[in-house]
Design a protein around this ligand. Sequence first.
Ligand code: MEV
Length: 418
Amino acid sequence: MKKSSNISGFYKLGIQERRELLKEFADLSDEDLGAGLSLESGDRMIENVITLFPLPLGIATNFLINGRNYLIPMVLEEPSVVAAASNSARIARKKGGFHATSDDPVMIGQIQLTDVEDPSMSRIKILEAKGDIIEKANDQDPLLVKLGGGAVDLEVKIVEIKSEAMVIVHLLVNVKDAMGANAVNTMCEAVAPMVEKLGGGKVTLRILSNLATHRLARARAVFDKDLLGGDEVVEGIYKAYKFADADPYRCATHNKGIMNGIDALAIATGNDFRAIESGAHSFASLDGYHSLTHYEVNENGDLVGSIELPMACGTIGGATSSHPVAKLSLKILKVESSQELAQVMASLGLAQNLAALRALASEGIQKGHMALHARNIAVMAGAEGEEIDIVSKILVDEGNVRVDRAKEIVQEMRNSST
Ligand code: MEV
């Protein structure tokens, strides 16, 4: 039987019940679910460790991507984000879910050549030796080459800075299922002397670019107008998108909302979320800072959303392989390649953006935040089981989300039931 990620009321379950459901969905053992980072392992990851810093890992439900069901692990500190993603995924599901694609995992390594006498000739000579440079790069990583990856191409451009011209070489490397920084940096350092000899001048930087324009991920989905709340909400979302696309002040927040989801999944899977952030915003800045998502209204009045952004994420190497919770996340996702993970990332980013715009264009985002806050207050006031929902609803309806009021309500409920 195919397991569906379409789970209603997941949020109403207790932690143990959610874990049981997840065990069933992703074929997990108790040991898998008990995963956690030890202080000793943390000490091997970075320098000067003194303690660990746990964050909650929540599960976004309802995702259907390219016909496959996904439960998506998300690590972050901000309330409402996981619920918002799940809700968008539920809406997208009605019209077939997300359709996502991703490029081959090709990263760019940059080699900077300065003090070049004749930049045009330098460029030509480096390009003439493209085959030799690629061969030298591939000598550094026979395993990657064996797996079908490795350096695949070379580009050379001249960058004019005031009166000086620099020659910049881009080594394009297919890094397969890794994020790829180590492989690319090693190759760039190895071929730098060749580049220097061919091009003249002096090599300075040899480093990966986080603007991974050859490694883009895309997703699209149709969001049913009735589930969104009707024509007015659709129009509001569309106008909100247009606002972001035209105004960098709004666009920064709009794109931040997209990254709420993507970063949370990047952290859950042990990926370098700073690299992904940097790639996303620099990509959005090409030709003027713009929205990473795009929306149209179709002939039925439904909203058609899409997203495209660089996605340098890996499923092997670094913390993805060494952090026990990252390994658990990858097991929950059951992704088979970095490209598949990139597709989930893009779909989640689109879902997150849609949810934010929908809330902003209708009731505003504070209501959702308040509902969650009210649940916490109800629990703090001693509410248990079904009482939690009832108390939090009364708090929100009264517009008075305070512990003393929650305590009164709990007391009144208990008195009236005895
Ligand atoms: C908050 O973390 C994210 C939002 O501000 C995104 C947006 O405004 O689109 C809600």
